[in-house]
Design a binder for this molecule. Structure first.
Ligand code: KG4
Ligand code: ZN
Length: 332
């Protein structure tokens, strides 16, 4: 039996979790509100907020787990990719905390952690290898073929913007607030997804491109606003529903192709955008049509959290993969 304390601080959420083997005992997340007024994450403010949050968050995770500090067998942390200043806070904290307890540290890749969140033991079915995972976050969009926990082949990825970035930018163009993903998701529920059509780019293989969708959305609105300054206000819900349908449809079309070509019958989604309600329901639909199995993470494991860092850390712990105390974070 092992107890792992996990720390995540790669972007704008400070999180700590405790796992007993693959079972989650606690998962505390402090989201930073300071960025809302700027319409995006301000790196300097993020690292400052991490510094304020890290001790209460770690303390809370240990208390909620009902364990004692000395029960911890290893400290796992997100080494990268992410914002350097943000990563520094979590990495330095994890190192000093582990050193004070004379326990080993485990470095975790943030993207692997998103994918491995599916292996947290919730008493439900977990994916079997090989399976395909669509990783969609604010910084990444990849179709991965998993052959084992740490054997992830990138079948395709975005050549420019990430899916979450495209959604956030569409929200920004409409002046809806930040982060735009959850806002568009909510507004889209009241809109007609076929009200407007936005073309998706023809791009080879399993790769994606989102910058063109964003630009055509921008030009479309610019033209309409010339005729009617209230266009966005009047058609907000329809615009959200239409752009969301475009992005989700594009994402799933490639995933479906990849699964057929690789004879894979299990598909998972992970990352912040996997919280999107249309992506979740459409994945179910695609999987039902093919008699495939869909793996959809609970909402708390979609956006950044330390639970996923803990499960990745647990599998590395089993393999005895510990990190050296001198190792630096990486941004990409
Ligand atoms: O994984 P994540 O928390 O951070 C990164 O590692 O990037 O993902 C954040 C992204 C943001 O772009 C946010 O707008 C998006 O996930 N997101 C959503 C939803 N909730 C979060 N996008 C669409 N629908 C949602 N419900
Ligand atoms: Zn993330």
């Amino acid at each position: 039996m092992s107890i792992i304390l996990a720390i995540e601080s790669s972007c704008d959420d400070t999180s700590a979790a405790v796992l007993r083997d693959d079972v989650l005992l606690s998962n505390v997340i402090a989201s930073q509100k300071v960025h809302e007024q700027y319409g995006g994450v301000v790196p300097e403010l993020a690292s400052r907020a991490h510094e304020q949050n890290i001790i209460p968050v770690v303390d809370g995770s240990i208390r909620q787990a009902g364990i004692d500090k000395k029960d911890i067998d290893a400290v796992a942390f997100t080494r990268g990719p992410g914002l350097m200043g943000s990563l520094m806070v979590g990495v330095s904290f994890a190192k000093s905390f582990a050193q004070a307890l004379s326990k080993p540290i485990i470095e975790v890749n943030h993207l692997q952690a998103h994918v491995l969140s599916h292996f947290i033991n919730r008493g439900e079915a977990i994916p079997e290898f090989p399976f395909i995972c669509l990783l969609v976050s604010g910084g990444h969009t990849q179709i991965l073929l998993l052959r084992s926990h740490f054997d992830m082949e990138v079948l395709g990825e975005t050549i420019d913007d990430a899916a979450g970035e495209a959604i956030d930018k569409a929200a920004k163009i409409m002046d809806l607030g930040y982060p735009g993903g959850p806002i568009i998701d909510r507004l889209a529920k009241e809109g007609n997804a076929d009200a407007f059509r936005f073309a998706t780019p023809q791009i080879a293989g399993y790769n994606y491109s989102f910058s063109g969708i964003k630009t055509s959305f921008l030009y479309f609105l610019r033209d309409r606003l010339k005729e009617d300054p209230d266009f966005i206000e009047k058609h907000k819900a329809d615009l959200c529903a239409s752009i969301q349908k475009t992005i989700v449809g594009f994402l799933l079309k490639k995933v479906e192709r990849a699964a057929i070509d690789h004879h894979v019958r299990q598909i998972a989604i992970a990352g912040g955008v996997s919280a999107n309600s249309l992506l979740r329901s459409e994945l179910q639909r695609v999987c039902q049509r093919h008699h495939w199995q869909a793996f959809i993470p609970p909402m708390s494991f979609c956006t950044d959290n330390a639970a996923m860092v803990g499960i990745a850390g647990y599998y590395k712990y089993l393999r005895g993969e510990f990190a050296d105390i001198s190792l630096p974070p990486y941004t990409r």
